[in-house]
Design a protein around this ligand. Structure first.
Ligand SMILES: Cc1cc2nc3c(=O)[nH]c(=O)nc-3n(C[C@H](O)[C@H](O)[C@H](O)COP(=O)(O)O)c2cc1C
Length: 386
């Protein structure tokens, strides 16, 4: 199987661990670049107290020698600094299920007697593992010129505004709220400040772009090989993500077909080009060679200071939820998580396409991939089913 991973670890346990399998040999792995991605998951805007405690760093324990991947499984470990405060300490039982979280269904499903047995793993602390794995995928894909970037398009009731892509993505890279402009940054900061003072949480929408993709990653031949489906599964697997739009899907649903689909034309250099990209870089489960464009909706997270109606599962009586340290709006922090899960899926699709045990084996195969302009058909009539 190409590029897949398995993570383990609880939010307040000793550490998070993850094993990544299927990374080709010969990829120089920069631990500082992994750390830089992990830092993006720890942006302070909208984050709770936990982020002030942790400075995530992934220790590479296997699969890398002299800074280069060997093709063997890569083992990573991220220490939970907060574990020290929990070790050996009796912790108050957590018995009132939070609407919107795993609490009620997980206790029913696994027969727990304390919600903490569920929340330790259902917590988005696990997404640090995915960001570490995503950082490996990012470095692998960069060798082929494939890059991802993202920004928070809207946050709470602050609507999205039209900003050209280059400005928006570039501004977000250094913006604490991953906003596309200073005006949006100020509006997000204000919205988070108000939500926090009211004990509320806020959701938002993340815009993502991946450039440099070749034509023909993924396939239409079986449902599970469709890249749109695989990306949707990857994105929807991120905690609190409730919606995904590929290209202009929702606007497109109200547009006549002839006005929606992206024309295929030959430019002056003889290349086949698509002047528009309303399909978001995916057609029939395959990349078109244009930028991949996804829009992702994140709900306001479940743990609020404002009490919510629930039931105390120890007494069986009506109760309101209690608050333990939590984020106000992790949408800015979720940007790198979304980039990571998308990059992991794209790395898997590229490895499936190219095969090969090492980066050196793959690079020439990549250069030799067929281009759209090279497609040559025969106009002869044929008997396909004699
Ligand atoms: C980066 C990130 C940070 C999160 N932080 C919190 C948090 O502090 N408190 C909380 O209740 N939920 C938080 N969540 C969301 C919950 O983990 C999520 O809502 C929960 O697991 C239930 O899953 P679901 O929302 O996908 O249905 C966070 C999600 C992400 C992606």
């Amino acid at each position: 199987m190409a590029f897949h991973y398995l993570s383990a670890g609880e939010s307040h346990g000793p550490c998070l661990s993850v094993i990544v399998e299927g990374v080709p040999a010969g990829l120089p792995l920069d631990a500082e670049m992994v750390a830089a991605d992990l830092a993006k998951r720890q942006l302070k805007a909208g984050a709770g107290g936990r982020m002030a405690i942790e400075t995530d760093r992934a220790e590479i324990l296997a699969g890398v020698m002299q800074g280069v991947t060997t093709g063997a499984p890569i083992a990573l470990q991220i220490v939970n600094k907060d574990h020290a405060a929990w070790k050996g300490k009796a912790v108050t039982a957590y018995t009132t299920a939070r609407p919107g979280h795993a609490d009620l269904a997980a206790c029913a499903k696994y027969g727990f007697n304390d919600i903490r047995q569920a929340l330790e793993r259902s917590s988005a602390r696990e997404t640090a593992c995915r960001v570490a794995v995503g950082a490996i995928a990012r470095q692998f894909l960069a060798a082929f010129g494939i890059k991802a970037r993202s920004y928070v398009a809207s946050l709470g009731n602050v609507p999205a505004v039209a900003i050209d892509d280059e400005t928006a993505f570039a501004f977000a890279e250094t913006s604490p709220g991953r906003a596309p402009s200073q005006a949006q940054e100020d509006a997000y900061t204000n919205a988070i400040h108000i939500a926090k003072s009211q004990g509320e949480t806020l959701g938002g929408v993340i815009e993502l772009e991946v450039t440099g993709l070749p034509i023909g990653l993924g396939s239409y031949v079986t449902p599970e090989r469709r890249l749109d489906a695989r990306l949707a599964a990857a994105v929807m697997s991120v905690n609190a993500i409730k919606g995904l739009e590929i290209g202009e899907a929702f606007k497109g649903a109200a547009t006549p077909g002839s006005q929606l689909h992206d024309a295929i034309v030959r430019d002056e250099a003889g290349q086949l080009v698509r002047p528009t990209n309303r399909c978001g870089g995916l057609e029939a489960g395959m990349t078109t060679g244009q930028p991949l464009r996804l829009r992702v909706a994140m709900k306001p997270i479940p743990t609020t200071i404002v009490p919510q109606k629930s039931v105390d599962l120890a007494t069986g009586k009506p109760a309101t939820t209690t608050y333990e340290r939590s984020d106000t709006c992790p949408v800015p922090r979720a940007c790198v998580v979304i980039e990571s899960v998308v990059l992991i899926e794209l790395a898997a699709a590229l490895i499936e396409k190219l095969g090969g045990d090492s980066l050196n084996e793959m690079l020439p195969r990549y250069a030799a991939l067929p281009k759209a302009a090279e497609v040559q058909l025969s106009a002869e009539p044929k008997v396909f089913w004699p």
